[in-house]
Design a protein around this ligand. Structure first.
Ligand SMILES: C[S@@+](CC[C@H](N)C(=O)[O-])C[C@H]1O[C@@H](n2cnc3c(N)ncnc32)[C@H](O)[C@@H]1O
Length: 250
């Protein structure tokens, strides 16, 4: 009896570790090299490992996904390639992100989407919680390098409310992927544009999410977590956490 339980426990652990593995999606790795993708985006891939991140998050063809605070749309295009023409990507930005620095993000996103080059992308130029999308209608959400902005500018309670509106948008069993610059307990993370992963976990759990897994794939031990993320030493290669948060199925 005990031997059977041990074998079951072993198999469960094995399956969990397989589910949590992050082999890059082979098809996506190839798609990311397509000639129509900007050289500047390709240059960012080494630090962002998008095919491995999306594999870890379980994003696949045919899904309906939302890129939260898409800004210029680096991840919007990656998601567009990942979900394919049978899927759908909402590129969401509040007004202030679009207006930032003379509309730089608005211009970059408009250029990216010009001439209908990403046919499965729909712009959502609206702020949470009123995006005009149906509740429980989206398979997955991704927020890359922006959760700290919400947390540092608005505080814990408003960030929980923000996460709750993402929760409402997701289908039961849906995934929210949070990628961000790791912070440190003894630093002013707001000034550094970072946040501690433990604060992200707590915020997500308070909004009703379960933590399905975290990945170390974007960790950089050379980042001492005390510099601004824009400092030349760490820019593009900060130590980052990747969280797969799940909306419970019921
Ligand atoms: C590191 S980028 C990440 C953008 C996008 N999610 C991605 O993965 O490429 C952060 C963006 O957030 C925007 N941003 C952050 N805080 C902002 C604020 N308070 N007002 C306006 N824009 C802000 C900046 O425009 C910047 O483009």
């Amino acid at each position: 009896m005990r031997a059977t339980a041990t074998i079951y426990a072993f198999i469960s652990c094995l399956l969990l570790s397989i589910a949590a593995s992050a082999e890059p999606l082979a098809g996506l790795e190839n798609a990311l090299q397509n000639d129509a993708r900007a050289t500047a985006d390709k240059a960012r891939d080494a630090g962002r490992k998008p095919a491995a991140v999306l594999a870890f998050l379980g994003i696949s063809e045919g899904m309906s996904v939302i890129d939260i605070w898409a800004a210029g749309g680096y991840y919007t295009e990656v998601l567009s390639l990942a979900v394919g023409t049978t899927g759908k990507v909402y590129a969401q930005n509040p007004k202030r992100i679009l207006e930032f620095r003379d509309g730089a993000n608005d211009k970059a996103l408009s250029k990216r989407l010009a001439h209908n080059r990403l046919v499965n992308v729909i712009r959502v130029d609206k702020a949470f919680p009123d995006l005009g999308l149906l509740p429980a209608s989206v398979d997955a959400a991704v927020t890359a390098l922006n959760f700290h902005d919400v947390y540092n500018a608005s505080g814990r309670e408003k960030t929980i409310a923000f996460a709750e509106s993402v929760f409402a948008l997701l289908k039961p069993g849906g995934v929210l992927g949070v990628i961000d610059h790791e912070g440190s307990a003894d630093q002013d993370n707001s000034a550094l544009h970072r946040m501690q992963s433990r604060q992200a976990f707590a915020t997500l759990e308070a909004a009703g999410f379960e933590i399905g897994g975290t990945s170390e794939m974007l960790r950089n031990p050379k980042d001492g977590l005390h510099q601004r993320v824009f400092a030349p030493d760490v820019r593009g290669k900060t130590s980052r956490f990747v969280i797969r948060a799940i909306k419970p199925a019921n």
